[in-house]
Design a protein around this ligand. Structure first.
Ligand code: IVH
Length: 675
């Protein structure tokens, strides 16, 4: 700033420019400066205000959060009632709406009416009162006549302007709109709630309501709420000219966020087309909508149509199929995944929700079952939003029958009968069957054949799938019983490749004990652990006989690894597999020397985030560790690389902001293969 500018002029300029940048960011979605520059302007304003507290104004951009917690929200009587909308659930009801309007206006059906079309956001209706352009009050709808004063909470919402832009606004202007949580914000706050062991919100609407009803505005300020306006209430002073769309366009110029999808169309057919178009776009929108609001655009016609009970005759909400429904939890089945995770799946009385009939929903794990307190026979709320898999989000306890049955984790795997284990601190229960479990077979074989395990060249993932699907491999040892003609007859095989494959399988019979042990895919037993076990016990027999205590005497083997190893060797299926493999000719030299494991990633720190599809988190961690890497839980300057899968959130963002290398799972697998 130059010396010639007085303090007041600088303050005014900073505030105006911050307000303008806010407008560009939140309303136009077109920021003109980087965030860092915005932060600098903001910090400069804060510093000046701290030096001159007498110059702080309530509409200064620094004054969003400040008020102290309330003990209750004061009541607000709406000077103009906040109405609700009639609903149309199908095309016929929407056509009826249009017909009624024509009748009332005594217009022939051949004269089309102009309608404003607006997505119906699923949040909380709010009233924002501006006096001489300054926000003086924010209120909830309440019962339509009396709401709650939530001024200090709405002030924390960045898209709510504390002062209107430009000029020409009426002296008193009440804006009506919806405060909502975008989908990403909803996921983020639920993720945070889960990580703190708190109950997640059922849907974005509840999350928005819960956030706005906080007595402490600092909590509201932490929630990424947004505003979208759809109309006006009280107008005093200058009148507003024009129809609905024109009014909203003015509001937007004054700095209020409106929905970019808003459109004016002519006639009911065009309304139906708009509805269809938005229905197709719905899943891709960054916020939830539950329908389309159609409003007669012309204000004169609106006045002539008037109201019936609590809803205007000139507007209607054409709803999309509901995303939440009630249904009955008829049973729970346990499914075993490729990684051995035993997952409870709810069998539901079929129900139409989110546009499809749903009869199954994952219950994730036993912790989730406990959190929901779900029992068989319960009435539950099922939610299916967009392409997301259906979820049981809540139990309706009031409807619980006396004979509701508790859900218990089975003691044995429903696929192979091996014991089901639960490790403390881990949500998933797992089948301990490993290589012997049918559900884990393909994955177990792929691991067994992999380069750092039995190193069977040419036995790729697709071929394993095909061999299992065609029934040629049911158990690991069947690998060593494959026959040339059948293999050669498989798709994309042929004589030569079959011969090469069988030769590679034959060659793999000569191996080392650490490789073999690692190839068995015992949970938490990576290459380094396999070597340590072999170095300590010397023979497979000794390892298989060791109890948990004896196993813990091995360097780096803690109680968890010891338990996995012990349980593995207790399973009759697994012992049988070992016998068969050795019977088929798999052998290794007696252990004398201590093989040294290569550690190409020594000194490097990795962080895993998001969902991995080919590997479990554990496996990825173990394999990185086997190569010498450290695997940390959070991203810092010391991190060398972040492995990010789908759904990666704050860790990925942090890595990007620190300029740390980010790779995906495919690149990770390549890295592991090459190392
Ligand atoms: S107009 C007099 N427009 O839906 C008209 N409402 O069921 C009153 N809503 O309480 C509302 N998006 O919270 C209108 N574009 C939109 C809307 C919308 C969401 C909500 C609003 C209202 C409820 C009525």
């Amino acid at each position: 700033m130059t010396d010639t500018l007085s303090l007041d002029a600088e303050l005014a300029q900073l505030r105006e420019s911050l307000q303008e940048h806010n407008y560009r960011y939140y309303v136009l979605d077109d920021p003109s400066i980087p965030d860092a520059e915005y932060d600098r302007l903001f910090q400069r304003l804060k510093a000046l205000e701290a030096e001159h507290p007498d110059r702080v104004t309530p509409d200064s951009p620094t004054q969003r959060v400040g008020a102290s917690p309330l003990s209750a929200f004061p009541e607000v009587r709406h000077e103009q009632p906040m109405l609700s909308l009639d609903n149309a659930f199908d095309e016929a009801s929407l056509r009826d709406f249009d017909r009624r309007i024509h009748q009332r206006l005594e217009m022939g059906l051949e004269t089309p009416i102009d309608y404003a079309c607006e997505p119906k956001l699923d949040g909380i209706a709010v009233s924002l009162l501006y006096e001489n352009g300054v926000l003086v009050r924010g209120a909830t709808r309440g019962d339509g006549t009396t709401g709650e004063d939530i001024t200090q909470n709405v002030r924390t919402v960045h898209s709510v302007p504390l002062r209107l832009r430009g000029d020409g606004w009426p002296a008193r202007l009440e804006i009506r709109g919806e405060i909502y949580l975008p989908k990403a914000g909803f996921e983020a706050i639920n993720e945070r709630a889960r990580s703190r062991g708190e109950k997640p919100f059922v849907n974005p609407r509840n999350a928005a309501a819960g956030s706005l009803r906080q007595l402490d505005p600092r909590i509201t300020a932490e929630r990424p709420l947004e505003l979208c306006v759809y109309g006006v209430g009280l107008v005093e002073g200058e009148a507003l000219a024009g129809g609905q769309v024109e009014t909203l366009t003015r509001l937007r110029e004054w700095g209020l966020r409106t929905n970019p999808e808003m459109a004016r169309v002519c006639g009911i057919e065009a309304c139906l087309e708009y509805y269809q178009r938005l229905a197709e776009k719905r899943n891709g929108l960054p916020y939830e909508i539950d329908g389309i609001v159609f409003k007669v655009d012309d204000l004169g016609l609106q006045r002539r149509l008037g109201f019936v009970s609590r809803a205007p005759r000139w507007a209607i909400a054409h709803k999309f199929p509901a995303q939440e429904e009630l249904t009955l939890l008829q049973g729970v089945e346990f499914q075993v995944g490729r990684t051995g995770a035993v997952t409870p799946v709810a069998r539901l009385k079929p129900v139409f929700v989110g546009g499809v009939t749903v009869s199954n929903a994952t219950l994730h794990n036993m912790d989730e079952v406990a959190r929901l307190d779900a029992r068989i026979g319960d009435t539950v709320i099922v939610r299916r939003a967009g392409d997301v898999i259906p979820q049981v989000v809540r139990v309706v306890l009031e409807r619980r029958p006396a004979d509701a049955v508790k859900i218990e984790l089975p003691a044995h795997c429903p696929v192979c009968g091996a014991e089901v284990e639960r490790t403390e601190g881990e949500a998933a229960a797992r089948c301990s069957g490993g290589v012997s479990c049918g559900a884990q077979r393909k994955r177990a074989i792929k691991h067994f054949a992999s380069r750092r395990a039995m190193d069977i060249d040419g036995l790729g993932d697709k071929l394993v799938d095909a061999l299992v699907d065609s029934g040629q491999i049911e158990q690991l040892a069947d690998l060593y019983r494959l026959e040339h003609p059948r293999v050669a007859g498989m798709e994309r095989m042929g004589d030569k490749s079959a011969e090469n494959l069988l030769q590679a399988i034959e060659a793999s019979k000569t191996t080392t004990l650490p490789r073999f042990l690692y190839a068995l895919g015992i949970r938490e037993v990576g290459e380094a652990t396999a070597v340590a076990l072999v170095n300590h016990f010397g023979t497979l027999e000794a390892i298989s006989r060791a109890d948990e205590q004896a196993l813990q005497a091995v360097p780096d083997v803690g109680p968890v690894v010891a338990q996995h190893v012990a349980v593995f060797f207790q399973q009759p299926h697994n012992l049988e597999t070992l016998e068969q493999l050795q019977g088929a000719g798999v052998h290794w030299p007696a252990v004398e020397i201590m093989p040294k494991v290569e550690q190409p990633l020594a000194g490097k720190t990795y962080v895993l985030t998001g969902t991995l599809e080919q590997l479990t988190r554990d496996e990825a961690k173990q394999r990185l560790q086997a190569l010498g890497a450290k695997v940390a839980g959070s991203v810092s300057k010391k991190t060398d690389c972040v492995v990010a899968g789908p759904g990666a959130g704050s860790k990925l963002a942090k890595a990007e902001s620190l300029g740390i290398a980010v790779i995906d799972e495919v690149a990770l697998l390549e890295l592991l293969e090459q190392a």
